[in-house]
Design a protein around this ligand. Structure first.
Ligand SMILES: [Mg+2]
Length: 108
């Protein structure tokens, strides 16, 4: 029987337990951090190792999302949208301030 990625994620976290998977989440986040630092130090946008760790963290997040109540998943999506919009707002404000700054003041 085929199952969706969400169903597989739910099966994994139900098998190992939330407590165990919280530790795994910490480990995977630390591994992702290490690879991000390596990319930064190497001056590259991403590497295969970074992609692997991104996948690991996403799989962990999928597990936790799979056990959340539907209304809490909606709250998660709402918070994500809010944070994305807030950051876009900051970028637009930065650009506006830059454009409003006289050219003479920008140089130096
Ligand atoms: Mg990993």
């Amino acid at each position: 029987m085929t199952s969706t990625p969400t169903e597989k994620a739910k099966r994994i976290i139900e098998h190992y337990g939330v407590s165990h998977q919280l530790v795994k989440l910490c480990e995977e986040c630390a591994e992702l951090t290490q690879q991000a630092v390596k990319c930064y130090d190497a001056g590259i946008e991403y590497s295969y190792s970074l992609v692997e760790e991104m996948a690991d963290v996403k799989v962990m997040l999928m597990q936790f999302e799979s056990i959340m109540l539907p209304e809490d998943r909606e709250i998660l999506e709402f918070i994500i949208a809010k944070k994305l919009n807030r950051q876009i707002g900051r970028i637009e404000n930065e650009n506006r301030r830059f454009e409003e700054t006289p050219r003479e003041s920008r140089e130096n």
